[in-house]
Design a protein around this ligand. Structure first.
Ligand code: AMP
Ligand code: MG
Length: 401
């Protein structure tokens, strides 16, 4: 990686640059109750087979299938229930009452469902169906073998996967330290959502939105600051964000929003330089998101997002996640549900909704139009060299949600 700043790079080049510069995080033990949303630092392997023992899929009777065929009675000799297996082996002509999930006794090969059997007064069970060996029997290890990898290192654990980790027998797993992110928004025109915009004012949508995206990428948001369009104030805010304060630790990644262009009131770049951030990349040939900026300050990374809400969201997804070590899949192909005409020489990252396996670009793709985010499920990559894509053509996508 060169010492000089790069500009006018392609989407793929910028993407590779971000991936190569991803934060390097130490690992720490994380208990199950805090695991959702954390990135695994090691493979999660099953500590034991699952099922741990051969068990019944139904309430009923453990039998030998061949013996009860044709309604021959089998003598009830005991019970196997959850937590209390039958103590012994099933002998010839015998049956054991069994509950769902209880261990199938040695010697039995099928479960007769309770609804498909009757108990007579002499203590026998009589089948009303013809079970075959294996009926309603869940074999030990048929789902997972001891030592099998259930979730790979690097994976971000979803809430529904906490059950998998717990079922694999782990109380604590090694996870990457959560990256710390600070957010600095800029603009004289911004008012807090919930407030009342005056003339020429708009809601500050990006700061909360980017913070939410950062958290979804596994990060801890340690600071969120809004600065007016003033060089000294911008410099002070950046210094505070980067150096930390009594209120917040230093971030691994600082994300700035807006003010990164060359307008008279865009102060981000000179202010970043003044606080010791070295520019490594400025300007990516994509739409939305052209004025994207990347800088470094020692171990700290700074991602300068364009201010337009859609550009900021798309660029954070494409680049911010990569910097946080959340390498996304950008290779999956999905067919376009409609033709699309691209009127920019840049790579376009289309906000689409996937339905019935096809991508439907949301109708307003302007970087200022927030409707292209509502309900979007994927970003579709329309390559720079293309001017249109046909309905049915497969394009590369990245999941948004
Ligand atoms: P800038 O690069 O600062 O000129 O911002 C480009 C556009 O994005 C302008 O229309 C800004 O008003 C808008 N913008 C910048 N920051 C935010 C923000 N935090 N929330 C919503 N819109 C913003
Ligand atoms: Mg601005």
């Amino acid at each position: 990686m060169g010492e000089t700043s790069r500009s006018g790079v392609t989407f793929e080049e910028a993407h590779a640059e971000m991936r190569a510069r991803a934060v390097d995080l130490a690992s720490e033990p994380v208990p199950l109750e805090s695991l959702a949303g954390r990135a695994l630092a090691e493979h999660v392997r099953a500590r034991i087979d699952h099922p741990a023992f051969t068990n019944s899929a139904m309430d009923g009777y453990a039998v030998r299938a061949a013996e009860v065929t044709g309604g021959a009675p089998a003598r009830l000799v005991g019970e196997s229930r959850a937590g209390f297996p039958f103590d012994g082996t099933l002998g010839p002509g015998e049956a054991v009452r069994i509950s769902t999930g209880a261990e199938v006794p040695e010697g039995a090969d099928a479960i007769l469902r309770r609804e498909h059997a009757e108990e007579d007064d002499a203590g026998n069970v009589v089948a009303r169906t013809t079970p075959v060996a294996g009926t309603f029997v869940r074999m030990r290890g048929e789902d997972v073998r001891e030592g099998q990898v259930l979730l790979p290192a690097g994976h971000l654990v979803a809430p529904h996967e906490v059950t998998v980790v717990a079922a694999a027998g782990h109380a604590v797993v090694s996870c990457e330290r959560r990256p710390r992110v600070a957010v600095v928004g800029s603009g004289d025109e911004l008012v807090r959502p919930g407030g009342k915009p005056g003339p020429g004012q708009i809601f500050d949508s990006n700061r909360s939105g980017i913070a939410a995206q950062a958290r979804a990428a596994g990060a801890r948001v340690v600071a969120s600051i809004l600065v007016p369009d003033d060089l000294a104030a911008t410099e002070a805010a950046l210094r505070e964000a980067l150096e930390g304060s009594a209120d917040h630790p230093t971030p691994d990644l600082l994300v700035t929003i807006g003010g990164v262009s060359v307008g008279r009131h865009d102060h981000l770049r000179p202010a970043l330089a003044a606080v010791g951030v070295r520019e490594v990349l400025y300007g990516v040939e994509i739409r939305p998101g052209h004025p994207l900026w990347l800088g470094v300050r020692g171990e700290q990374l700074v991602l300068g997002l364009p201010g337009n809400p859609v550009s900021a969201v798309v660029c954070f997804h494409a680049f911010g996640r990569e910097l946080l070590g959340r390498a996304e899949d950008w290779e999956t192909l999905l067919p376009m549900g409609a033709a699309y005409v691209k009127d920019t020489p840049r790579t376009e990252l289309l906000r689409c909704r996937e339905a019935d396996g096809a991508l439907h670009p949301l109708p307003r793709q302007g970087s200022h139009a927030i409707t292209s985010l509502a309900g979007a499920t994927h970003l579709a990559v329309i390559p720079a060299e293309r001017t249109e894509v046909a309905a049915g053509e497969r394009v590369r996508v990245c999941r948004l949600a």
